[in-house]
Design a protein around this ligand. Structure first.
Ligand code: FES
Length: 293
């Protein structure tokens, strides 16, 4: 059976409360996708904004860490998926095409982001993903309830309807196009110049560590020990995952294949599938600051 589609009807048939939620979530998810598509560092393993670096930073705290460990290895693919999903969900929500499915997709994406990116935000209501998850769920039931008694009752789009399939393909194409258009608007990374203060000496006592972005845009980590200050790139020399500092072992550890590096010994490899030490980043104390030189 053919399901007639009309953009204006999809809005007219939505209760006023659901229209407000739909408009807000649709625009916000497209904006979320756009933000990532125009971020020059999001898919760049050298960048501190790299999706892999973000996932790595959730490993210690997220209840999904068992799954994240595998995702770090395929972080770029995952980054693409997140961008495309945000665009697709946002466009579907605004156009009303497969709206219930889009609302469920938005719900699951928000729950995933809550269990990873905003899991440590306390109290929970300060993290936006919990509110998004509830809004998506409310939208789903508002639309579902409104649909009951009408012809369309299936949650899944009618794949036997050629026009419905074309509309869904249209959303997929629009999402891919949005990612590529976003790529054209990428701005260069605002990276600090050599000589810019990375930390104030007084705020960075012996034993401290700090993540920062080096002058060439590389994600890096600064250390201070009794021997002085030093820094390394945090991009693993095996296959480019982001290493993180483990304060129990005092090592930099790669979540992908377990390489371990010793920051107290020139970033040398302790174990793992690489033989190459982490690249050193030259830093020094200048006056009251620690700077890259
Ligand atoms: S990328 Fe393989 S151990 Fe780091």
């Amino acid at each position: 059976m053919m399901a007639n589609y009309s953009l204006s009807k999809s809005w007219q048939n939505t209760p006023i409360g659901a229209r407000i939620i739909r408009l807000f979530l649709g625009i916000t998810f497209i904006y979320g996708g756009w933000n990532k598509a125009t971020d020059p560092g999001f898919l760049d393993p050298k960048s501190a904004h790299y999706i892999g670096a973000q996932i790595t930073s959730y490993l210690d705290t997220s209840p999904l860490s068992f799954a994240l460990t595998h995702m770090v290895e395929h972080a770029t693919v995952f980054g693409w998926l997140v961008m495309l999903s945000e665009f697709a969900i946002g466009i579907a929500t605004l156009t009303g095409i497969a709206l219930e499915l889009a609302a469920l997709g938005g719900f699951f994406l928000s729950i995933t982001l809550w269990l990873t990116a905003t899991w440590t935000v306390k109290p929970y209501f300060l993290g936006s993903d919990t509110a998004y998850a509830i809004l998506w769920l409310a939208l789903f039931f508002l639309v579902r309830q409104n649909t009951k008694g009408r012809r369309v009752t299936s949650l899944l789009p009618d794949l036997g309807d050629r026009r419905e399939v074309i509309r869904i393909l249209g959303i997929a194409v629009a999402s891919v196009a949005a990612v590529f258009v976003g790529g054209k608007f990428k701005t260069s990374n605002p990276t600090p110049e050599t000589g810019t203060a990375i930390a104030k000496l007084v705020d960075f006592p012996v034993g401290s560590t700090k993540s920062f972005t080096a002058a060439d845009g590389t994600a890096a980590m600064l250390f201070r020990t009794k021997a002085g200050v030093f820094a390394y790139s945090t991009i693993c020399t095996h296959q480019g995952c982001s290493v993180s500092y483990n304060s129990n072992s005092n090592h930099l550890i790669c979540p992908c294949h377990g390489a371990q590096f010793d920051p107290a010994n020139g970033g040398a490899v302790i174990s793992g599938p690489t033989k190459i030490a982490l690249p050193k980043i030259n830093v020094a104390v200048k006056g009251t600051d620690i700077v890259q030189i």
